[in-house]
Design a protein around this ligand. Structure first.
Ligand SMILES: [Zn+2]
Length: 197
């Protein structure tokens, strides 16, 4: 059974006010899948709401309309979002991979969240879930700061490793969130990144 959709209203009402000293991350959007602008806005609102709940601000740079800003040297806690028009590599896991994050830790690796848009579309259609793009991005941002699957995944919430019916329903209700502990770890990792030489 599926709950009636009411995500827009609940999400809009649930954006908490941020205090003045909250940490902030900047995401450079490279949209290679030509996602409709309404979807991009929905994605941005979902991610903003999810991060605001753990007192983190997110700023966006759309590279298609702001080429100069995307040419500038990347700041601390600034990384790329690549929305890909291709399917993910076949990992033979029996699950559908929506995104993959390069944390920029290996030499020469650029910090980048990759989203496989055809998979997002397929999942959204199959499950009548409208917030998959934003939720998948929020999950991958979690990996950017919390680490690999073993370090980052939890049984509940946005960092669940495998999303089933419950996660998609929580997504629509606007309650698929980071835990308080995950929020603390992300803020600590952001602070460490700000201190790095
Ligand atoms: Zn994951």
């Amino acid at each position: 059974m599926r709950f009636p959709k009411c995500a827009g209203l609940i999400v809009a009402l649930a954006i908490p006010a941020l205090s003045a000293d909250h940490p902030s991350m900047t995401i450079r959007i490279l949209d290679q899948a030509h996602v409709p602008s309404g979807r991009i806005q929905k994605m941005e609102r979902y991610v903003e709401t999810t991060l605001a709940a753990v007192e983190i601000e997110v700023k966006w740079i759309e590279c298609s309309s702001n080429i100069e800003a995307c040419k500038a040297v990347r700041g601390r806690n600034e990384f790329w979002l690549r929305i890909l028009a291709q399917n993910p590599p076949d990992l033979n896991t029996g699950t559908e991979l929506l995104g993959l994050t390069q944390r920029g830790e290996a030499a020469g690796e650029i910090p980048c969240v990759n989203i496989f848009y055809p998979m997002v579309e397929r999942t959204a259609k199959k499950l009548h879930a409208e917030e998959v793009l934003g939720a998948a991005l929020a999950h991958e941002i979690g990996h950017m700061y919390l680490g690999n699957n073993r370090e980052a995944h939890s049984l509940n919430g946005i960092m669940s490793g495998v999303w089933v019916e419950r996660e998609f329903e929580e997504m629509d209700l606007g309650t698929l969130q980071f835990t308080r502990e995950q929020g603390e770890r992300i803020r600590a990792a952001m602070a460490a990144s700000n201190r790095r030489d």
